[in-house]
Design a protein around this ligand. Sequence first.
Ligand SMILES: [Zn+2]
Length: 255
Amino acid sequence: MGKEEPFQSELLAEDILFFPGHANTVALKLEQKAIIIDVGRNIHEARKIRNTVETNFKTTVDTVILTHFHSDHTHSLPLYSDCEIIASRLVEKFLIGAKRKNLKVPKAAFEREYIVEDGSFKVTVKQTGGHTPDSCYVFSPKHKLLMAGDNLRTDFLWGGRQSNPEEWISALQEYITFDVDYIIPGHGKIMTKEEVSAIAQYTIELQDFIRQLLKEGTKENEIVARVNTEKPPRKTPVYIHESTLIKWYKFWKKF
Ligand SMILES: [Zn+2]
């Protein structure tokens, strides 16, 4: 755990609150419901977030959506024990397996996709995989907002143990089809569609380059050097983390 970041909140619209932190949190006001997406790792900060949301939206938070299991996004879950927790079956399985104290497991665990409906609002939660097999996005057409979890970060692409580059690339391609004004990554600043397109393009070029290296019989210990010296062109400061590059290489090596 790093040091605590100063608490920040941004009212993006009257029904959208953004909390940039170690990992980002977003709150949406629907017709009646107030939703929090990802709850962060620090319970003191999470308490401030919940208070700010309830003061601004003049209602209690009743729904929590989790983009994936990693503790920097879920550790403060005990603060929301009175809420409906929406997460994929995989997130549920990982949460149960983690045996954390005071943890409430999701009430609404879903297989691939879940829709939160409230009046004219329809918020889609979809498991795409990518960063991790349980990675989901949350898309609210009415708020024109996409929360992408850790499939998007503003620093680098970083995949967990079972990350899947093909699912990741499809998810990025799906993001750019959405009509959105706000694209929230798991970590870092709000992104534009152009930035996400540039990341998607970079990942596709990486994929082609890694496959080409495999065809040439490149050894695993040379891959990082080759990508560093002959890196695919990128119009984005986001780059692939070395550990993830090796994971992607191993992924395509299997075929
Ligand atoms: Zn994270």
